[in-house]
Design a protein around this ligand. Structure first.
Ligand SMILES: *[C@@H]1O[C@H](CO)[C@@H](O)[C@H](O)[C@H]1NC(C)=O
Ligand SMILES: *[C@@H]1O[C@H](CO)[C@@H](O)[C@H](O)[C@H]1NC(C)=O
Ligand SMILES: *[C@@H]1O[C@H](CO)[C@@H](O)[C@H](O)[C@H]1NC(C)=O
Ligand SMILES: *[C@@H]1O[C@H](CO)[C@@H](O)[C@H](O)[C@H]1NC(C)=O
Ligand SMILES: *[C@@H]1O[C@H](CO)[C@@H](O)[C@H](O)[C@H]1NC(C)=O
Ligand SMILES: *[C@@H]1O[C@H](CO)[C@@H](O)[C@H](O)[C@H]1NC(C)=O
Ligand SMILES: *[C@@H]1O[C@H](CO)[C@@H](O)[C@H](O)[C@H]1NC(C)=O
Ligand SMILES: *[C@@H]1O[C@H](CO)[C@@H](O)[C@H](O)[C@H]1NC(C)=O
Ligand SMILES: *[C@@H]1O[C@H](CO)[C@@H](O)[C@H](O)[C@H]1NC(C)=O
Ligand SMILES: [Zn+2]
Length: 410
């Protein structure tokens, strides 16, 4: 809780400004997420969330999410996968189908779709950190700030970890970072039921919104890269989430984990990246889980900077809004419906907001013209095959005490 002590000294945290959401009644965001004023320092903070380290299920998932799930059409040829031990999930244990074909398009089996973010744009190093918040996260955020790239990284966070340390999660946001979803309990998502997929994504979106003044995430990354057409469809059509994969795996998570990866070997690999091909660019898999991943990033970052890579968050690299209801940090969570945000208004607010702005003050100027149409459904079909890559495996690392008890009136 060192990070918490540091944060508590800052005025904007000490004041605990009330956060107001301004979602119109007919906005898809309003329908799916509670408007909540959340005090992350409250002793009963955990009480609003489902149990940790496991997939939320229908008994602790808001009915609005289940209703939305029931309103969409899922790919018929994509059953729930089955995992035996720690082997990669399979779609038919008897015949061992690995889902690499276009009907299922499992990234674990090397398939991705044209709706997935996979390659970085030319000359761009898309900077991402998975599995936070952890006990090295604040150190990372300080380093990013010292190097003027605090607004140039996407943090794919684990909901269970946020419950364990909401102050550090909030710190990533107030430091200027881009917040995104890495599920509630870090499972192989293709092995989860439809309702569990909904719970894993929705609750992580909810808690990120709760610690960021109502910013609804727009991106998620599947743990282990384990995604298929069924999970993609739920992410996009229930929650409007874009799936983010990677084309370069640092394997930083595996340092000291019993294999052959060392700090030196991972750094040697990354040394070849910043002097390597610039088209396509690099969308990297990196972590904020422990000192090893932190040491590697601190050592490698100067190489990318010196070689003139444009270092950007996922949203900026692809010219997309940071959140479903705000173009970036410092912007008020919109009065507008998803997809109907007045960019100019938020750009102006971003410029006038301080780096530590919570986005919680001021009055929203725009009027809702909610279309209520929600996000366009994506039926991921086009499939391409990527070069084989080892999937990152990293367990949730939260130091969480106690389990949450569900108490949600939605
Ligand atoms: C936490 O406690 C406050 C004050 O007693 C109460 O208003 C709030 O509903 C509680 N939150 C939860 C999630 O139980
Ligand atoms: C749902 O999760 C709860 C824990 O919150 C668990 O007790 C219950 O058995 C689960 N139900 C099913 C059907 O898995
Ligand atoms: C193998 O399993 C897949 C998925 O269930 C199914 O589509 C396919 O027909 C099966 N193939 C054979 C040869 O049984
Ligand atoms: C580690 O390297 C040794 C020697 O090259 C090799 O035999 C072994 O399979 C490697 N282990 C892993 C987990 O890659
Ligand atoms: C990380 O390493 C630094 C320097 O060796 C040390 O001071 C710090 O305590 C370590 N942090 C953790 C969380 O292990
Ligand atoms: C990077 O850009 C600077 C300034 O434009 C230039 O001096 C330098 O040579 C460039 N370095 C590389 C590796 O392209
Ligand atoms: C950080 O991101 C901003 C916005 O995309 C960009 O203008 C800037 O060049 C980035 N910084 C670096 C060091 O690439
Ligand atoms: C943008 O912000 C500046 C400084 O607060 C203000 O003077 C200006 O009127 C704003 N412009 C718009 C279009 O809101
Ligand atoms: C919002 O709509 C109301 C009523 O239509 C109008 O009076 C007001 O000027 C509008 N505000 C803005 C900022 O457009
Ligand atoms: Zn992960």
């Amino acid at each position: 809780m060192i990070a918490f002590a540091v944060l508590a000294a800052l005025p904007f945290v000490a004041a605990h400004p009330k956060v107001n959401w301004y979602q119109p009644r007919d906005s898809p965001v309003h329908e799916l997420f509670r408007r909540a004023d959340v005090d992350i320092t409250a002793a009963n903070f955990t009480a609003g969330y489902p149990p940790l380290y496991m997939s939320p299920n229908a008994t602790n998932t808001p009915q609005a999410w289940i209703d939305k799930l029931n309103s969409i059409t899922l790919p018929s040829a994509n059953p729930v996968a089955v995992q035996t031990g720690t082997a990669n999930p399979k779609y038919d244990v008897a015949n061992g189908t690995d889902g690499s074909g276009p009907d299922i398009c499992s990234f674990t089996s090397g398939c991705h779709t044209d709706t997935d973010l996979f390659h970085g744009p030319d000359n761009t190093f898309v900077l991402t950190f998975d599995d936070g918040p952890s006990d090295v996260s604040q150190d990372l955020y300080d380093f990013l700030k010292q190097n003027n790239i605090n607004g140039n990284a996407t943090h794919f966070m684990i909901g269970t970890n946020i419950v364990g340390d909401p102050a550090t999660a909030k710190s990533a946001f107030t430091n200027g970072g881009h917040m995104a979803v890495h599920t509630w309990s870090h499972p192989y998502m293709t092995t989860r039921t439809n309702e569990q997929v909904v719970g894993e994504l929705g609750w992580t979106m909810q808690i990120i919104a709760d610690v960021t003044g109502g910013h609804i995430p727009a991106f998620w990354r599947p743990p282990y890269g384990d995604v298929d057409n069924r999970v993609r469809a739920i992410a996009k059509e229930v929650f409007g989430l874009t799936t983010v994969l990677w084309n370069h795996d640092t394997n930083d998570w595996a340092i000291g984990a019993g294999g052959n990866f060392t700090i030196e070997s991972v750094e040697a690999t990354m040394d070849t990246w910043f002097v390597g091909p610039r088209s396509p660019g690099i969308l990297a898999l990196e972590h904020e889980i422990n000192n090893n991943s932190l040491i590697v990033f601190k050592h490698e970052y100067p190489g990318f900077a010196a070689n003139n890579w444009t270092i950007q968050s996922v949203a900026d690299a692809f010219g997309m809004d940071w959140y479903q209801n705000a173009v970036a940090n410092g912007a008020i969570a919109s009065t507008m419906s998803v997809g109907d945000i007045q960019t100019a208004m938020f750009t102006n607010q971003s410029q006038t907001a301080t780096a530590g702005a919570t986005g919680a003050s001021g009055s929203a100027a725009g009027n809702s013209t909610a279309s209520g149409s929600g996000s366009a459904g994506a039926s991921a079909t086009a499939a391409t095959t990527k070069a084989g890559s080892a999937m990152g495996i990293a367990a949730p690392v939260a130091a969480v005490v106690g389990a949450a008890v569900l108490a949600v009136a939605f």
